[in-house]
Design a binder for this molecule. Structure first.
Ligand code: C5P
Length: 206
């Protein structure tokens, strides 16, 4: 069983994907982590994430098993991620690894921006997870503050809106609700509530 979960930043898709994977006993790939790791690898050596040659080289050199789960969560890595992700050559370089993960006969949960549209268009179930911008900003603010990053609500909300704009307007694999994807709005849901709602949608779709 392949479950494809897409949605914008801080919509709750990562939390939902982790909970769904646990519930159904499936392995999970957070594809945003790949773009974050590539963006981080470029800025770590003083490179420009918008420089295609540098970004593609980092994508080709990426080791999925050696991603620094803490450092990729910084806002700097997130911003670099959205810049490398807008380049078709970077997306192409990361395609095979994602498809290989999804090809496991035991099934998998993949979450990102283009799972239902590009990576796994034949997924058994597709979810599009969303939430209102101020709620997403509040969630990301709490996450960044718990990591010791200081940023104002207004500045972060502007950053997230800019990230949304870049993700939805890019020519290659823009963020959008895939055909057949079930919409899950987590604005008024707790973590447990969002995972339960996702499992109900999945059970009903199978
Ligand atoms: O989901 P997360 O915030 O970790 O993703 C970081 C960035 O990676 C996003 O802003 C998006 O530009 C990019 N991304 C993507 N396609 C995916 C997953 C993430 O373009 N499948």
């Amino acid at each position: 069983m392949i479950i494809a979960i897409d949605g914008p930043t801080a919509s709750g898709k990562g939390t939902v994907a982790a909970g769904v994977a646990r519930h159904y006993g499936l392995k999970r790939l957070d594809t945003g982590a790949l773009y974050r790791a590539v963006g981080l690898a470029v800025i770590d050596v003083g490179g420009n994430p918008s420089d295609e040659a540098a970004a593609v080289a980092a994508a080709k050199a990426l080791d999925l098993t050696a991603i620094d789960e803490t450092r990729i969560r910084s806002s700097a890595a997130g911003l670099a991620a959205s810049k490398v992700a807008s380049q078709p050559a970077v997306r192409a370089a990361l395609l095979a690894a994602q498809r290989a993960f999804a090809a496991d006969p035991a099934g998998a949960v993949l979450d990102g921006r283009d799972i239902g549209t590009v990576i796994c268009p034949d997924a058994d179930v597709k979810l599009f997870v969303t939430a209102d911008l101020p709620v997403r900003t509040e969630r990301r603010l709490n996450e960044l503050r718990s990591r010791g990053e200081q940023i104002s609500f207004e500045e972060l909300q502007a950053q997230i809106a800019e990230r949304d704009r870049r993700d939805t307007s890019r020519a290659d694999a823009p963020l959008r609700q895939a055909e057949g994807a079930h919409l899950l709005d987590t604005t008024h849901l707790s973590i447990e509530g969002a995972v339960e709602a996702a499992c109900r949608l999945i059970d009903a779709a199978l």
